[in-house]
Design a protein around this ligand. Structure first.
Ligand code: ZN
Length: 456
């Protein structure tokens, strides 16, 4: 194989063509093997259906750790180990309930507690509702929030093509709604679910009280978008209507858990690392097939597909199943902390945490010299639908590795359906398409192959 260094990213045309021919053949073989002899879908079936939702600290999360460890050992990684961490342990308790009444008509509301929230009183809480579109608007109302249920109802911007941008534009309401309003004596906080879809599915997700005192903490939950629209409409007709909700969630002491790490030793540069990963934990409502079971099985499949195609990585390849991305990111932080402590030289990392959908590309966060190199791979990746190779964020679990030299990548599949399922009871295995999942695994493998070959 032809090797070039980063400083020679623009070889003469003849050499470039030779390189690309070798690379395009190898990449084609990687895709062929993923689509005809892939394992990611079968693994996802086990992780989703046999283990299921695996929130940090739960018995299912522990089972997932054992599953990941055994699988990578069975696949004959050079080394497989567990990296201990303490994780938050929040439990949902009984199924939540909510409704509002207008002129003796009762409207049931699909609702779920947000991760990290406290419970309501045992028999629930009831109060008048103040609707707001954002944190600033809520803060400006100040004392007017006292005794009220604050309803954050800013919808996704449907004009944004990349739905993660719409999520990014709304999620502060979910994360900080309770933190911002508790100090004004609000009774509770409800938030419109984080999705473009108008349906009856509530979406959970992490929230934070920041460092506010115990007495100012209020229970918080998400309601479905359909219910949010109806509530907003009825509030205009009847501003004094009462909203009721009940939840029994609570936070237990931190629990012991693990990142699961599999390693293939590099043949030329064993002291330099390329990390590929996703997060092993998921929310509890569904089975976490897209978020992030898909990223887990794809990451493991990268190592298998390289081996299957006779590619022995020059750099040490680490597959990391990160724990606790959803409500604490303790796994990502720990991995970076240990890497730093051990003086490990991480040259690149790739994360898959955007669902198991059709490949569209990769976003990357890298220094100027490598940017040109990565852009030069566009023509190699485009035949597989990977057109969107651009600078951008990578992922929550690998971003703690960031320094002046590492190149961080996020796998970017099509995002149109991701927030239909994200953090819900319908994020389940049947929503994942086998070929789309396999194409993602192959895309990631192709990128890792190129990174391993051209980075030093
Ligand atoms: Zn995720």
């Amino acid at each position: 194989m032809v090797l070039i260094s980063c400083s020679k990213v623009k070889p003469n045309k003849e050499i470039q063509q030779t390189i690309n021919k070798t690379d395009s053949t190898t990449i084609k073989h990687i895709f062929n093997s993923a689509l005809t002899n892939g394992q990611s879908y079968q693994w996802l079936d086990v992780l989703s259906n046999d283990i299921g939702g695996r929130l940090s600290g739960s018995p299912e999360a522990q089972q997932a750790v054992k599953w990941g460890e055994k699988l990578m050992k069975d696949l004959k990684f050079d080394k497989v180990w567990l990296q201990p961490i303490m994780v938050p342990h929040w439990v949902r308790g009984e199924k939540e309930e909510a409704y509002f009444t207008v002129n003796n008509t009762k409207y049931n509301v699909p609702i779920c507690a947000l991760g990290g929230s406290i419970s309501t009183l045992e028999n629930g809480i009831s109060g008048e509702v103040i609707e707001v579109k954002g944190l600033k608007e809520a803060e400006a109302l100040g004392e007017k929030l006292r005794g009220k249920i604050v309803f954050f109802n800013r919808p996704f911007d449907d004009t944004l093509i990349k739905t993660f941008q719409a999520y990014g534009g709304c999620v502060d309401q979910r994360y900080s709604g309770a933190m911002v309003t508790g100090k004004f004596g609000a009774l509770g906080v409800i938030v419109r679910s984080m999705t473009n879809s108008i349906d009856t599915i509530p979406h959970t997700g992490v929230m934070s009280y920041g460092d506010i005192v115990e007495e100012e903490k209020v229970p918080t939950a998400a309601i479905s978008t359909k219910a949010a629209n109806l509530l907003s409409k009825k509030l205009k007709e009847n501003p004094a209507l009462k909203f009721y909700f009940k939840q029994s969630c609570k936070t237990l002491p931190d629990a012991p858990s693990f990142n699961v790490i599999g390693e293939i030793k590099g043949s030329e540069f064993p002291e330099k690392y390329i990390t590929v990963g996703g997060h092993l934990d998921s929310w509890d409502l569904g089975d976490g097939a897209h978020d992030d079971g898909a990223g887990i099985v794809q990451s493991i499949e990268v190592a298998r597909l390289l081996t299957l195609n006779g590619i022995k990585p020059k750099h040490t390849l680490r597959v990391v199943l990160f724990m606790n991305e959803e409500n604490g990111s303790r796994g990502g932080k720990k991995y970076a902390e240990e890497a730093k402590k051990n003086n490990e030289n991480h040259i690149a990392a790739l994360e898959s945490d955007s669902g198991g959908f059709t490949p569209r590309g990769f976003s990357f966060d890298a220094n100027g010299k490598n940017k040109e190199l990565f852009m030069s791979w566009k023509s190699l990746l485009a035949p597989y639908g990977l057109h969107d190779i651009n600078t951008g964020g990578s992922g929550a679990d690998i971003s703690p590795l960031k320094n002046d030299t590492i190149s961080l990548f996020g796998y970017r599949p099509d995002s149109q359906r991701y927030f239909d399922y994200h953090h819900t009871a319908i994020d389940t295995f049947d929503k994942v398409n086998k070929r789309e999942l396999e194409l993602g695994a192959a895309s990631m493998t192709a990128l890792v192959y190129l990174l391993d070959k051209y980075l030093e």
